[in-house]
Design a protein around this ligand. Structure first.
Ligand code: SF4
Length: 221
């Protein structure tokens, strides 16, 4: 039943919005940097920060690792919280260089649970960031959860209000086939419907999920 509803939601969203082509980024490293920079800001600001890093010829693990943290903070200023985010980027790079010789390719042989645990142990890398890196940079079958995921699933009676990150992640992972491309597209489609319709104050008329049972009594941030 849950799995049928999840499939139905996916199909309705895909039929309306089509492929979302996530995650924007030319390289695996750029996707990781984007996932760290996108915390608490919108993607347009992240793009500006990444453009600065590219213009300064710094968008590689070696160059970013060697870059002075003050200069790094200046370059990523458009992404907001730039001092904090510069520290987070440095924490990621320190972990990569101290443990894996600075090579992303050395992470490929780690199993998903171990890689996730190691990413989560890096200061400033939370669940959503770690899972975005796992799914979009490493192609691991991990479902990425965010506020949009919570809003849509609670309002459609798939999970109780107040469900935590891991409960939401399991809702998808236990009820859908373990399919990287499906997880990739599904998360992006939930972001799309969350931005356009399932906002803190829901705009159900015209939403692709309007015909499915739902309640919007609960308002979300
Ligand atoms: S806006 Fe309404 S119909 Fe659309 S996903 Fe949210 S609750 Fe469902």
């Amino acid at each position: 039943m849950v799995s049928q509803t999840l499939n139905e939601i996916y199909q309705l969203l895909f039929d309306r919005f089509g492929p979302q082509h996530w995650w924007p980024g030319d390289t695996q490293f750029e996707i990781i940097i984007g996932a760290i920079l996108t915390q608490n800001t919108n993607w347009t600001n992240v793009e500006k920060a990444i453009t600065n890093l590219k213009a300064a010829d710094c968008l590689s693990p070696e160059k970013l690792y060697q870059l002075d943290i003050t200069r790094l903070a200046e370059l990523i200023r458009p992404a907001g919280y730039f001092n904090i985010k510069a520290k987070r980027l440095k924490s990621f790079l320190n972990w990569l260089f101290e443990n894996y010789d600075g090579r992303l390719s050395n992470l490929e042989s780690l199993d998903t649970v171990r890689l996730r645990d190691e990413l989560l142990a890096i200061k400033g890398v939370g669940r959503e960031t770690a899972d975005s890196i796992l799914l979009y940079a490493f192609g691991r079958p991990i479902f990425v959860v965010d506020a949009y995921t919570a809003r849509v699933t609670v309002r459609h009676g798939l999970i109780e209000p107040g469900a935590d990150y891991e409960q939401l992640r399991e809702l998808f992972q236990l009820n859908l086939p373990e399919d990287v491309q499906l997880f990739n597209e599904y998360h992006a489609l939930l972001v799309k419907v969350g931005k356009e319709f399932c906002r803190p104050k829901a705009r159900c008329p015209g939403c692709p999920l309007e015909k499915l049972p739902h309640t919007v009594e609960i308002e979300y941030f």
